[in-house]
Design a protein around this ligand. Structure first.
Ligand SMILES: [Zn+2]
Length: 128
């Protein structure tokens, strides 16, 4: 899913997700870089890529498929350590840490909290 330039907001964080051959290993992996949107400037925006000095990128830049609002939930960094979360660095097998800020992890926590709340409510109702 690409990012629509019209929906960009100053202060937003995007992710530049490159699929690439890593080093001399011929392993395919993915690198994820952070892009902080500093301000919108007509048909372009000032961004800081991976903490580098601000630079101006045209709207086409944001419409590339590698620019995303969230990185994939599990990223293979090609180092042979399996797929890991970009945010909490947990392995896919272990699942996200309890404070992971990946949108999917947050969503799952919200759903769990809701389910727990409901379960609690029904228990209370069942108690005489
Ligand atoms: Zn995570």
């Amino acid at each position: 899913m690409t990012v629509k330039f019209e929906t960009l907001k100053a202060g937003e964080v995007l992710y530049d997700c490159h699929n690439e051959l890593l080093g001399n290993t011929m392993c395919r992996g993915m690198s994820v870089w952070t892009i902080v949107v500093k301000s919108i400037d007509g048909n372009a925006a000032w961004v800081s890529w991976n903490g580098n000095p601000d630079r101006r990128e045209s709207r086409h830049y944001f419409e590339q498929s590698r620019i995303r609002r969230a990185p994939p939930e599990w990223v293979n960094n090609g180092l042979g350590s399996g797929r890991r979360c970009h945010f909490c660095r947990e392995k896919q097998d272990n699942g996200h840490s309890s404070d992971c800020r990946h949108p999917k992890a947050i969503r799952v926590r919200e759903l769990e909290a809701k389910a727990n709340g409901k379960a609690k409510g029904s228990t209370t109702n069942a108690t005489p």
